[in-house]
Ligand binder design. Structure first.
Ligand SMILES: [Zn+2]
Length: 370
């Protein structure tokens, strides 16, 4: 029961986060206090030196708020851990560093991203809905997901290992330049890109929203993370191109009736995908009813609630650990009367004190023991 309640709270919190356009970050990124610029927070020596030089030995809320532009290009940085504290970044240039990982999760306001001449293999802007420009030349990129950066205008990527890019959701693209040594790659594009450069042997497909449909919706409500979400599987018109995309939407708990010992409960979730993130170009809302089976009682031990007597049966009782008003009883048999042994009294007279005279009456006091 307790566990279920926790799950629900997480879902509700997440829903709030999403509504505000915020994705929750680990507690480490909490800004309750100033962040010390130490190895624990910024493990890379060169990045830490750069932060120390520009911000001193602590990082305040105000400094973070004012850091919209971060240029750490060519600083010999190998690990960007710590950069996630700069949650207000609009312009980010981390080019010419030996970084192999770029986590943009906390950069909700990111507009411009420059990451050329790095070792990153993966570029994911799922939390960066405002990105307008991405330039990432001379990187070993293999995985790119910019499908949620729907106002992207410039996409300039060059990687020897790239074989697939899907830009079909980026309907505001003006300039696309993709270079790769891989032969026979595929690129999906929106209609009307003004300036387009793609490898000559690549297949170019213009995907239009009217050819998409929702193939299936999978609900996941028992994820160990405690969050509920819907995976919407979109499919492109298979007569043109067989292509499937799964878009995950975290759900909001819209109503909750908790299960009790004997009565089933019910959670109702809602998942909403705004128009701009929907492959079909239409906003989508899905509801899901999850039945929560009654928990059953969790009985404690039997205890005697009324002692049995010879005249009346007794009672034993046990109480439910979930709800003290739930109890069960069973009776205890009346006690059977058993005859007591005839008392035997022994009287010993102390001749010295007792005045025993024949024919005279004396009074004896006796105490019955046992
Ligand atoms: Zn109960």
């Amino acid at each position: 029961m307790k566990k279920t309640t926790m799950g629900v709270i997480s879902v509700a919190l997440l829903a709030l986060g999403l509504a505000a356009g915020i994705v929750m970050v680990p507690a480490k990124s909490a800004r309750a206090d100033e962040i010390p610029v130490i190895k624990d927070n910024f493990p890379d020596d060169n990045l830490r030196d750069w932060v120390l030089e520009n911000y001193g030995d602590t990082l305040s809320d105000e400094e973070i708020t004012n850091s919209e532009e971060i240029d750490i290009s060519g600083k010999g940085i190998k690990d960007l851990t710590g950069i996630e504290y700069f949650t207000e970044i609009v312009y980010f240039d981390c080019s010419q560093n030996d970084i192999s990982k770029l986590d943009l999760t906390t950069f909700h306001n990111l507009n411009f991203l420059y990451c050329s001449k790095t070792k990153i293999t993966e570029l994911n802007t799922s939390n960066n809905h405002h990105v307008q420009e991405i330039i990432c030349i001379d990187c070993p990129l293999t995985d790119i997901d910019v499908t949620r950066s729907v106002i992207l205008k410039v996409f300039d990527v060059e990687s020897d290992d790239l074989i697939f890019v899907d830009l079909s959701m980026n309907t505001m693209l003006e300039k696309v330049s993709v270079k790769s040594d891989k032969f026979g790659g595929t690129i999906y594009l929106p209609p009307n890109v003004e300036e387009l450069t793609v490898p000559i042997d690549w297949e170019m497909k213009i995907l239009t929203k009217d050819k998409w449909f929702v193939k299936r919706t999978d609900w996941i409500t028992d994820d160990p993370s405690g969050y509920a979400y819907a995976d919407i599987v979109f499919q492109y018109d298979p007569t043109i191109k067989y292509y499937e995309v799964t878009v995950r939407i975290y759900a909001t708990l819209v109503s909750a009736k908790y299960a009790s010992c004997e009565i089933d409960g019910e959670y109702v979730y809602e998942a909403f995908l705004p128009q701009e993130l929907s492959r079909t170009g239409e906003e989508l809302t899905y509801n899901y009813r999850q039945e929560i089976p009654a928990t059953g009682h969790d009985w404690g031990d039997w205890y005697v609630s009324r002692q049995a007597t010879v005249n009346k049966a007794g009672e034993e009782r046990r109480i439910c650990r979930h709800d003290a008003s739930h109890f069960e009883t069973r009776s205890l048999k009346k006690l059977t009367p058993t005859p007591t042994k005839k008392p035997v009294a022994t009287i010993t007279l102390n001749k010295k004190n007792a005045e025993v005279v024949a024919g005279k009456t004396i009074t004896l006091k006796a105490t019955v023991k046992g």
